[in-house]
Design a protein around this ligand. Structure first.
Ligand SMILES: *[C@@H]1O[C@H](CO)[C@@H](O)[C@H](O)[C@H]1NC(C)=O
Ligand SMILES: *[C@@H]1O[C@H](CO)[C@@H](O)[C@H](O)[C@H]1NC(C)=O
Ligand SMILES: *[C@@H]1O[C@H](CO)[C@@H](O)[C@H](O)[C@H]1NC(C)=O
Ligand SMILES: *[C@@H]1O[C@H](CO)[C@@H](O)[C@H](O)[C@H]1NC(C)=O
Ligand SMILES: *[C@@H]1O[C@H](CO)[C@@H](O)[C@H](O)[C@H]1NC(C)=O
Ligand SMILES: *[C@@H]1O[C@H](CO)[C@@H](O)[C@H](O)[C@H]1NC(C)=O
Ligand SMILES: *[C@@H]1O[C@H](CO)[C@@H](O)[C@H](O)[C@H]1NC(C)=O
Ligand SMILES: *[C@@H]1O[C@H](CO)[C@@H](O)[C@H](O)[C@H]1NC(C)=O
Ligand SMILES: *[C@@H]1O[C@H](CO)[C@@H](O)[C@H](O)[C@H]1NC(C)=O
Ligand SMILES: *[C@@H]1O[C@H](CO)[C@@H](O)[C@H](O)[C@H]1NC(C)=O
Ligand SMILES: CC(=O)N[C@H]1CO[C@H](CO)[C@@H](O)[C@@H]1O
Length: 400
């Protein structure tokens, strides 16, 4: 009896092993590399002068940086920080273009050169969701539109790209959440097409460290009927239709450009904004009061512009998350509003180089995290002794 049971059990065990083994074979077969994909990848490897990729085995789905789907099509090509350099400095567009099932392309932090303009790969990668070519040596202008309607994230930052962002660029980007072209030499207007009806998924927009110029309202402002409402002076009137298409935006970084003009009055309609970084431009006119309704605001940087107005009109009491405020080098006047002291998480206040009447109130002591306070080059501080006595109580203050 026992022996028989033992035999039955070993048989079952062997059968079980066989099952695992054979399913493994099926599994391997499923992932076996499609031969045309293999040759496209080998062609790609040939265009690289360095390094030598160990792309030799039969199944290209096991190669470094490669992931395939069940049918053996390459879906991920991820070779960031691999020291990739090109022979002849031509972007390997034709071999990439043949990888038509790619969803993720990450070649960031390499030394890839060449131009993206007219390259086939931008036209043929219709499944692409993630495109990261940041920190390379790409030059030239942008193609006329993004590669695929499935695109979710585009990072072309820290290259040598120039020219404008074409008006048609975002046309089909239904699911785009993040777009970063920081640290290039782009110029021209901020494309108003970011307010395209399809852009409501956008969360992060980074145009910083470029040469974008012209009026900020000719780009962003066109998102809404801001100019019209400005003319009618109807601050709360005609709610813009299009700016609400960016309702999920949390990061708007336009800093270090050459943008001019007046800020859109209804900017604060983008109520999810956390980071508004507009410093180092040529912006003028008033501070949009609507921003005081952006309860999620963490960082507000508008320094080094020509903005003006009475700062005491601003009511900060709803900005309970605010951590950094930078209004330096503008033409603000008036007294710092007491409501600022209700922003409990404030770490840095930078209002130097304005025309403020600086008064230090004892309430500043409620800012327990305050470590940076820059007030210089304003109207003379009244009662400096008293001010110093109060500031001695700010335990974290490191820079004054
Ligand atoms: C290249 O990859 C194969 C497996 O695909 C491995 O056996 C071999 O050791 C690798 N060679 C080098 C030089 O890394
Ligand atoms: C890309 O595919 C086309 C058509 O299938 C083929 O003629 C061409 O040689 C391929 N190019 C590369 C680089 O694999
Ligand atoms: C690309 O790869 C780098 C390095 O692994 C990573 O930091 C970055 O987040 C990746 N990009 C995307 C868009 O996932
Ligand atoms: C956008 O994303 C949603 C949800 O992830 C998905 O169902 C839809 O197919 C995507 N649309 C496109 C055009 O990729
Ligand atoms: C954009 O890319 C730069 C690096 O080139 C990075 O410092 C920055 O944080 C990125 N912006 C966003 C919003 O992720
Ligand atoms: C800007 O891009 C250059 C390469 O084009 C890079 O060396 C530099 O670190 C980048 N700067 C930032 C702040 O990311
Ligand atoms: C906006 O964000 C919300 C919450 O994350 C999400 O449910 C919604 O789908 C987003 N809208 C678009 C158009 O992506
Ligand atoms: C923006 O800059 C470009 C090139 O630097 C220049 O041709 C154009 O006139 C500028 N536009 C405005 C509105 O200043
Ligand atoms: C702020 O929001 C309140 C409540 O939604 C609204 O009544 C008010 O007009 C808004 N203020 C500005 C300046 O947009
Ligand atoms: C600021 O707004 C709050 C409500 O958010 C209100 O209670 C307070 O009186 C306002 N302060 C000033 C000075 O208008
Ligand atoms: C969600 C949303 O607000 N969609 C609007 C986007 O913009 C178009 C006009 O440009 C409006 O018709 C949509 O209602």
């Amino acid at each position: 009896m026992l022996v028989q049971l033992y035999h039955q059990m070993t048989n079952a065990f062997i059968f079980f092993l066989l099952l695992i083994f054979s399913s493994n074979i099926i599994f391997e077969n499923i992932h076996a590399c499609n031969q045309s994909e293999r040759s496209s990848l080998l062609f790609l490897a040939l265009t690289l002068s360095s390094p030598q990729l160990n792309w030799t085995s039969a199944d290209c789905c096991n190669w470094e940086g490669i992931t395939c789907n069940r049918d053996g099509w390459v879906t991920y090509l991820q070779l960031p920080s691999k020291g990739l350099k090109l022979k002849g400095g031509i972007f390997p567009s034709s071999s990439l273009a043949n990888l038509t099932h790619l969803t993720h392309l990450n070649l960031s932090h390499n030394s890839l050169s060449g131009s993206l303009d007219q390259t086939e790969f931008f036209l043929s990668l219709n499944d692409l969701e993630i495109l990261d070519l940041s920190y390379n040596l790409l030059f030239g202008v942008l193609p006329s539109s993004l590669p695929s309607s499935h695109i979710r994230m585009v990072d072309l930052s820290s290259n040598r790209l120039h020219g404008t962002v074409p008006p048609s660029f975002f046309q089909q980007s239904w699911n785009l959440t993040s777009f970063n072209v920081s640290n290039n030499t782009f110029s021209g207007p901020i494309p108003s097409s970011i307010c395209h009806p399809s852009s409501s998924s956008l969360r992060h927009l980074d145009f910083s460290f470029n040469k974008f110029n012209g009026s900020i309202s000719s780009g962003l402002g066109k998102c809404s009927k801001l100019q019209i409402s400005l003319l009618r002076n109807s601050l709360y009137g005609a709610v813009s239709d299009r700016i609400s298409n960016l309702t999920n935006l949390t990061t708007l970084d336009l800093s270090y450009n050459q943008l001019s003009g007046v800020l859109p009055l209804h900017l604060g309609k983008l109520s999810k904004l956390k980071y508004i970084l507009l410093d180092f431009n040529h912006l003028e006119g008033a501070f949009p009061l609507s921003l005081m309704n952006c309860t999620n605001l963490v960082e507000l940087r508008m320094g080094a512009n020509n903005l003006g107005g009475d700062i005491s009109m601003l009511n900060f009491s709803k900005l309970s998350q605010l951590s950094k405020l930078d209004l330096r080098q503008n033409n603000f006047f008036g007294i710092l509003p007491r409501s600022l002291y209700s922003c409990k998480f404030l770490k840095a206040i930078r209002v130097a180089y304005n025309n403020l009447e600086v008064q230090i109130e004892p309430e500043i002591l409620s800012l327990k995290s305050l470590s940076f306070l820059s007030l210089s080059m304003n109207k003379r501080l009244t009662n400096i002794k008293e001010a110093m006595r109060i500031l001695m109580g700010c335990k974290r203050l490191a820079v004054l």
